[in-house]
Write a protein that binds this ligand. Structure first.
Ligand code: BES
Ligand code: ZN
Ligand code: ZN
Length: 484
């Protein structure tokens, strides 16, 4: 989308739609009688995302509800801009959106939020897969501000860069697993590495096995498709000793393996690689923004299939951490590929601040539903800081406890750790926490670590006023903001 910033009187908007935010509780006077009359007749207009198109001889106007004035924040502004775009996607070639005057946001944060919302709203996951695809007509957006200062462009640019990453995660997530194979994922990783001057390291199946990544290899062995452990590195601050790692679960399709899943919702398991896609696109945004920091993105990419070579329940594998893991359920494969990926980030890339993203457990959906990401951590300050950033930028999170009692639940009789929890009074007692505990078994002494269970938030098949269906790109915005 072409997005520009302009400071000009509303009367100068001749072509395209003029989009005017309207608060529920306090109506701004835009000096346009058409608008004034409409709002006089409809004093209740203004609920968030409510829309009304008004036409006169020489103007086209979209009123967009902005909710309660004092509630306007980064997220509501982002989504407000998105809702306006979605209402006009196929109705107009251009629109001019007046940025609302309210709240504590700086003007730069406003252009940042708006740019994110606009790009996310314009993304259409069906573009490549409909015989008669009806493309949107909207190609230009103008943000109307009081004064076009320099900082506003910075905000706009940042929003577009991060939105591009979010939309790439969405695109990769929506791709069906017959296209989005581990090899396809690798090709994308190679391309983004080249385009953004990131160092790429690729371990194929032979190499992961030889290196001792038995947990990852055990999952990968069931599939005919080649599997890869991929690392992308960005060095933006040589003097800094801190090294971040973003680690992503990249199961391009999760059938459950021999502990096979019921077929009902299995098609959605194409989204089981969105953690890996998110960390890949997040590091791309970090590079494009030239952030002063050092990061490695590690992606554990494979299918989880049943078959003659698939691993069995009862198998014991040696993880890259050195600990032995007993496979009690081949469908709990995310923690298996991640424990090795997390070790890889620490051992081979010296990462000391590790954040992993994974569609790890159905249990997190039982706990938190579809809109909240589960957070697990080993250091209070680090976790608190992460949660503050994610709240500010509108990715909802909730922390779950990691008490020692849960360690007991993943002890194995035959090996060190078991890949599902046991000993609770319900079959899946604390299912998300025991998953996190398993990954934590690969976290070393001095490492600050956070695990994000995005199983509920990584995709959304209900369209929103500000976003179409499919993968959401959850995590990208917070990772980039946290690191900046
Ligand atoms: N990828 C799934 C988790 C999942 C389920 C994500 C539903 C999104 C929606 C994961 O690999 C899995 O199958 N987990 C099992 C763990 C269990 C066997 C301990 C689960 O959640 O049932
Ligand atoms: Zn699984
Ligand atoms: Zn899975």
């Amino acid at each position: 989308m072409k997005i520009q910033i302009a400071a000009k009187p509303l009367t100068e908007i001749k072509d395209g739609f003029l989009v005017l935010p309207v608060f529920e509780d306090e109506k701004q006077d835009y000096g346009i009688s058409l608008v004034k009359n409409y709002l006089a007749d409809n004093p209740k207009f203004g609920k968030l995302f409510e829309g009304q198109i008004l036409y006169s001889d020489n103007s086209k106007i979209l009123l967009i509800g902005a909710g309660k004035k004092e509630k306007l924040d980064f997220v509501s502004l982002q989504n407000l801009a998105g809702a306006a775009v979605r209402k006009l996607l196929k109705k107009s070639k251009s629109l001019s959106l007046v940025l609302p005057k309210a709240g504590k946001l700086s003007e730069e944060e406003k252009t940042y939020a708006a740019a994110l919302g606009i790009e996310i709203a314009a993304f259409d996951p069906t573009a490549d897969f409909k015989f008669k695809h009806e493309p949107s007509t909207l190609t230009q957006v103008e943000l109307l501000v009081d004064r076009a200062e320099r900082g506003l462009m910075e905000g706009l640019k940042k929003g577009q860069i991060i939105a591009e990453s979010i939309n790439l995660t969405r695109k990769l997530g929506d791709l069906p697993a017959n296209i989005m194979t581990p090899s396809y994922f690798l090709e994308v990783a190679k391309k983004v590495a080249k385009d953004n001057k990131l160092k790429i390291t690729i371990l194929d199946e032979k190499q992961t096995k030889k290196k001792g990544m038995g947990a990852f290899s055990g999952v990968a062995q069931g599939s005919e498709e080649p599997s890869f452990m991929i690392a992308l590195e960005y060095t933006g601050d040589i003097k800094n000793k801190d090294k971040w790692a973003f680690v992503g679960k990249g199961i391009t399709f999760d059938t459950g393996g021999l502990s096979i899943k019921p077929s009902g919702g299995m098609h959605e398991m194409k989204y089981d690689m969105t953690g890996a896609a998110a960390v890949m696109t997040a590091i791309v945004a970090v590079a494009k923004l030239n952030l002063k920091t050092n990061v490695v993105a590690v992606m554990a990419v494979t299918e989880n299939l049943p078959g003659g070579r698939a691993q069995r329940p009862g198998d014991i594998v040696k993880t890259y951490s050195g600990k032995f893991a007993e496979i009690m359920d081949t469908d709990a494969e995310g923690r298996l590929v991640l424990i090795d990926a997390v070790s890889y980030a620490q051992k081979d890339f010296k990462a000391n601040k590790v954040i992993d993203l994974a569609t790890l457990t159905g249990a997190i959906i039982v706990s938190l539903g579809d809109h909240i990401t589960g957070v697990f951590g080993n250091r209070n300050e680090f976790t608190k800081n992460f949660m503050e950033v994610s709240r500010k930028y509108g990715e909802k999170v909730w922390e779950l406890p990691m008490y020692d009692e849960f360690d007991e639940m993943i002890k194995s009789q035959m090996a060190d750790i078991a890949n599902i929890g046991h000993g609770g009074s319900h079959r899946s007692a604390a299912g998300s926490i025991t998953g996190a505990k398993f990954i934590e078994a690969g976290v070393e002494e001095g490492t600050e670590w956070i695990h994000l269970d995005i199983a509920g938030t990584a995709w959304d098949m209900k369209p929103k006023p500000y976003r179409g269906v499919g993968a959401t790109g959850v995590g990208v915005k917070t990772l980039v903001e946290l690191i900046s």
